[in-house]
Design a protein around this ligand. Structure first.
Ligand code: AKG
Length: 338
């Protein structure tokens, strides 16, 4: 198995290229990059402390569900409990992390990430899903029988716009808050697979997800040809084109893996409810206080955007407010014309 702790050899910025140009070149070719030390020192400690507090509360809910067998699917894979919990991991309601400390809000709009997100997804990039995830260790036997908590997959397949414009519709960022060594649940991928039309065969390779029967799978996750596993330090991030084939290897280590998984999309895509709830709550307490935060949480478009359509709540219904429609309107919005 090949491991990577940074973007693979030869993907650093060639002479004469800026760091960002080197990152984009690697991303186009390999489908992913690693940015080390996005968080470090005091900033990392603050986010870890907030994560510790938030996870302790959600863990009780998850364990209670697990004890009761609540929401278990036929093969015992999923626990439904307000948020997306699985048998080997649980997700924390995003706002419960974000509201703890301003450093957690900065994670989503971090200056180490923003230029790359803007260059890869587009200048109108915003946040789609935010998943705050705890992955528990599993036994060696469990790992052998079932593999890691998620199988080989790609998140998105029909991405025609990407083919047309050369940009991925979505970039996903996994920001790890614990060190992830070889046996700690590494994210793994097949470099270059974002360019292929076919998907990985999840019925052959072990790994949880989608109710697959693990007993009939004949290959280990690590048997995937060409795969590399990302061994990273806490505070580092794995950023990938969501067409990339990826999986998570078993966590047979002795500690939980903590991670914030954020999906970024263009402004015209809809944001899920939990992200909007976080945006509304953070706005109410004045934490969406930079143009980057306002843009990424979906409140404002980039101020210099060439396509500055307003959101519904920003319209006042007047003709001067709307640059597209200059015709006759009902005197009161919603009333039929007489
Ligand atoms: O947690 C990981 O390592 C990978 C997560 C994943 O597969 C996904 O978000 O699509």
């Amino acid at each position: 198995m090949t491991t990577v702790t940074r973007s693979p050899a030869g993907t650093q910025a060639p002479a004469g290229h800026t760091l960002l140009e080197g990152q984009i070149e690697a991303y186009k070719r390999d489908g992913f990059i690693i940015i080390e030390d996005v968080l470090q020192g005091d900033e990392l400690s603050r986010v870890q402390a907030a994560f510790e507090k938030a996870q302790a509360v959600t863990r009780l809910d998850w364990e209670a569900g697990r004890a009761k067998g609540k929401g278990v699917s036929e093969n015992g894979e999923y626990y439904a409990s307000g948020t997306f919990h699985g048998r080997k991991y649980f997700d924390i309601y995003p706002l419960h992390l974000l509201e703890q400390d301003d450093a957690c809000v900065e994670v989503i709009a971090h200056p180490q990430l923003f230029p790359f997100l803007s260059a890869s997804v587009g200048e109108d990039v915003q946040t789609a899903t935010i998943q705050v995830r705890v992955l528990e260790p599993q036994t060696a036997q469990d790992a052998q029988e079932e593999g890691g908590y998620v199988n080989w997959h790609r998140d998105h397949s029909s991405d025609e716009e990407w083919r047309f414009s050369g940009r991925p519709l979505n970039t996903k960022v996994l920001l790890y808050l614990t060190d992830v060594g070889e046996d700690d649940g590494c994210t793994a991928c097949v470099p270059g697979s974002h360019l292929w039309d076919r998907r990985p065969d999840h019925l052959v390779y072990k790994g949880m997800g989608g109710g697959d029967n693990q007993a009939t799978k004949v290959c280990d996750q690590r048997d995937m040809p060409g795969m590399v596993a990302a061994e990273v330090k806490a505070g580092s991030a794995f950023l990938f084109n969501t067409r990339l084939w990826h999986t998570t290897l078993p966590n047979t280590g002795d500690r939980d893996r903590w991670c914030v998984i954020t999906l970024y999309c263009p402004f015209y895509q809809k944001q899920p409810g939990v992200t909007i709830e976080a945006a509304v709550a953070l706005e109410a307490v004045g934490q969406l206080n930079t143009p980057e935060r306002r843009q990424l949480f979906g409140l404002d478009m980039m101020s210099t955007s060439k396509n500055p359509y307003k959101r519904l709540a920003q319209h006042d219904g007047s003709d001067t407010d709307d640059r597209m429609f200059k015709g006759v309107r009902p005197p009161t919005l919603g009333e039929p014309l007489k």
